[in-house]
Design a protein around this ligand. Sequence first.
Ligand SMILES: [Zn+2]
Length: 139
Amino acid sequence: MRNFIKRLATRFQKKNKVFPLINTTWRRTNDIIGHEPLFDIKCRFCGSKMVLRFSHILIENVWSWATTKPSNSLGFKCPKCAWFVRFYVEDEPRYLKEIIEQRNGANLFYPRYEEWAEEDKEIEKQLKALGYWGGRDDV
Ligand SMILES: [Zn+2]
């Protein structure tokens, strides 16, 4: 019975017609990033967990294939095969402005290098496989 209700609720939420304002796939984080997914973002090609690479707050003149409403656009990249996806999470302008304030007025946010540095090794491997022989001038 409990599972039945759970399944029914999930199906109901997926359609999301009665309560369209309840976002069942993204959650507000009230921090510098703004939103986080309630699902695992996995690479479509290799299945790896995707890593956040940027968050772009768009409030005015939003024009994209996904939405024209104020939103937080989040970019995720696969650390193994470099596939890139961009999501548009619609939200109230008031909340989006709060995020920008936390970023000292910048509408773009990039995670620190340490959080995605791992992919450099994979890129190096791929470049070598392609015959690239130059080195990096690491400081
Ligand atoms: Zn991948």
